[in-house]
Design a protein around this ligand. Structure first.
Ligand code: NAD
Length: 348
């Protein structure tokens, strides 16, 4: 597989490290609007060519796949161009900034018969995959109630850099820069964590979103700080289960922590994932009588990067696909409708 990495900012390092370690993958080009950044990146990962636009890379053309690691608002235009040129696309989340674009991307990739996958990173967590397997095997029975949270603290701490001065964080705080705030950025991850974990789609939701005051002017340079910092959602799933899902960038003490708990009529499961690792625990059968939780052992699982490479080799699309991510995008969009109307919304 001959891969070009499009966008060479923070997350691109993860793509280069993961794809670079897979047999049969050659990273043949790095593209960034910022030529110096692209060159630094190419040097770090021993990539032969750099380009300052996707058009330039496509004119050269000697690759079959693109890892799209541009900011959210560029995913649509760049992925559509790559698809038009017949390239397989592994796109960062969220797939687009609204459902219309996400659906268009799924339609185009499917019509062209190209591999199309979205990097919902937490599918790489072996404990989540085991959680899902146990749910499918009926280990906790019929799920009635779900709790999920995604906690970050980069608005309070400088552990990842200062959001007041660093563009990598500032664009995430500004709707004019294509950010849908916490809901678009990490909401997509935690909603996928929950829906994938319990193997049921989201069918209705009531959502609250809030952008808190962070600067006396409400603006830093070009960046108007209007994207939501926190959201809370109450949900119903296709299986009939009820759930609460929330996320924030204000959670002191948690740099990046996801948690999912599901309770069925035979027991409960809890998965946690953070910077210090992951855990999976179950309380079922006799243990349910005494509320005793036991650690569940897990085996390593292939990452999204591995599964994208496998899909390109086999020609059979992998999961999560553009279509799945587009359906999740619809849920995100409806979160804004629910906030505006202060009303429960059915996901049609
Ligand atoms: N899957 C995950 O867990 C995860 C984690 C972090 C970020 N992300 C996603 O990765 C994407 C990138 O995030 P980031 O933190 O790396 O952003 P970033 O701002 O650090 O880097 C983005 C880079 O893309 C470049 N760029 C912008 N438009 C471009 C274009 N049209 N063509 C080529 N290059 C272009 C910018 O110059 C910049 O260097 C976002 O969609 C983000 O949501 C995903």
């Amino acid at each position: 597989m001959r891969l070009v990495i499009l966008g060479t900012g923070n997350m691109a390092s993860s793509h280069a490290a993961h794809f670079g370690a897979i047999d049969g993958v050659e990273i043949v080009g790095a593209v960034d609007l910022d030529a110096e950044r692209a060159q630094r990146f190419a040097q770090s990962y021993d990539i032969a060519r750099t380009f300052t636009s996707l058009d330039e890379a496509l004119d050269w053309g000697q690759f079959d796949s693109v890892a799209n690691v541009t900011p959210d608002r560029f995913h649509f235009e760049t992925s559509m161009k790559a698809i038009e040129a017949g390239k397989h696309v592994f796109c960062e989340k969220p797939l687009a900034t609204h459902y219309g674009h996400a659906e268009g991307m799924a339609d185009a990739a499917e019509a062209a018969g190209l591999v199309n996958m979205v990097n919902l990173t937490y599918r790489n967590v072996a404990e989540l995959q085991k959680f899902r397997q146990l749910v499918d095997e009926g280990a906790i029975g019929t799920i009635k109630h779900v709790e999920a949270s995604y906690l970050q603290s980069w608005l309070v701490s400088k552990a990842w850099g200062d959001w007041r001065t660093d563009p990598t964080w500032l664009w995430r705080l500004s709707t004019a820069h294509g950010s849908n705030g916490t809901l678009g950025d990490i909401g997509i991850h935690i909603l996928d964590f929950a829906a994938f974990g319990i193997n049921a789609p989201i069918t209705s939701m009531f959502c609250r979103l809030k952008a808190f005051d962070k600067d006396p002017d409400g603006q830093i340079g070009d960046y108007v700080l209007d994207a939501n910092d926190s959201f809370t959602m109450s949900l119903e799933f296709g299986s009939g289960a009820l759930g609460v899902v929330h996320a924030t960038r204000w959670a002191s003490g948690y740099l990046n922590t996801l948690r999912l708990r599901a309770y069925g009529d035979k027991g409960g499961l809890e998965v946690q994932h953070g910077m210090n690792g992951s855990s999976l625990q179950m309380c079922a059968g006799e243990d349910a009588e005494i509320a005793h939780w036991q650690d569940v052992p897990v085996e390593p699982v292939p990452t999204n990067y591995h599964r994208f490479v496998e899909a390109v080799h086999s020609g059979v699309n992998g999961d999560p696909s553009f279509r799945y991510a587009a359906d999740m995008q619809k849920v995100l969009d409806l979160g804004f409708v629910s906030e505006t109307k202060r009303q429960e919304i059915v996901v049609g």
